[in-house]
Design a protein around this ligand. Structure first.
Ligand code: C5P
Length: 234
């Protein structure tokens, strides 16, 4: 798998997204569409970005009973996106159903990549133990959830770049790690805590980095994207 930079399009409207993307005249970045933009723009914004030639990671983090997730994934697969995700806490059975739904949606073509969220990076060790009532170390939970995703036939996980090595150790080099939490030392951390640079993420073993504000809020987003690509991509 070729390493690539995915821009998180955390915009409130399709118009704001397209205005931002109009700055990119020479390249077609891989884009992440999350809940905010999908709920605002619906399938039509996905189709429009596909028409413009972008690869799409549809970050909707599905989590429901297996049958519901299977049927929802069948619909998303037909949108011709390149990557989707689910919560690993939905169980191995739910993750298997998700992958099946993707294949059903594209009986002829290759199904989209499917990755799992192990634990949200916003979940602290204390919240894991005391609120979710999951005992033990958060890194052990992340490794186990990643192994569950692998057993279900998924392609990889979303995790902090600092956890990418742990995941590769547990699941093998071929198992993909998609990592947000990317910052340059000279920039604002915003609300991210477990962060690293594109070059370090590459060293640790990330396959894709997801970068939002360091590109979308930069004075020159195209230059910021090119800097990330130069430091990270193959
Ligand atoms: O602006 P920033 O680079 O922090 O954006 C990171 C993107 O990755 C956001 O869309 C955020 O929701 C997403 N994300 C994250 N941490 C996770 C999962 C997703 O930051 N664990």
């Amino acid at each position: 798998m070729k390493r690539d930079v995915i821009i998180a399009c955390d915009f409130a409207t399709p118009e704001a997204t397209l205005e931002f993307l109009d700055k990119f005249t020479d390249e077609k970045p891989f884009l992440k569409i999350g809940m905010e933009l999908f709920y605002a723009g619906g399938p039509e914004i996905v189709r429009e970005l596909r028409r413009r030639g972008h690869k799409i990671f549809l970050d909707l983090k599905l989590h429901d009973i297996p049958n519901t997730v299977r049927k929802a994934m069948k619909v998303l697969s037909r949108l011709d996106v390149d990557m989707v995700n689910v919560h690993a806490s939905g169980t191995i059975e739910m993750m298997r159903a998700a992958a099946e739904g993707l294949r059903e949606g594209r009986p002829e073509g290759e199904r989209p990549l499917i990755i799992a969220v192990t634990q949200l990076t916003s979940t602290s060790q204390q919240a894991l133990n005391e609120q979710l009532m999951i005992p033990g170390e958060i890194n052990d939970v992340i490794a186990r959830y990643a192994m569950n995703a692998k057993e279900a036939g998924l392609d990889g996980v979303v995790c902090s770049p600092l956890e990418a090595g742990l995941v590769k150790q547990a699941c093998g080099e071929e198992f993909l790690t998609v990592t947000p939490g990317i910052r340059y030392p000279d920039a604002a951390k915003d609300d991210q805590s477990r962060i690293t640079t594109p070059a370090r993420a590459r060293e640790i073993g990330s396959d894709f980095i997801v970068v939002g504000r360091p590109i979308t809020a930069a004075p020159d987003p195209v230059a910021a994207y090119r800097r990330c690509m130069a430091d990270f991509a193959d």
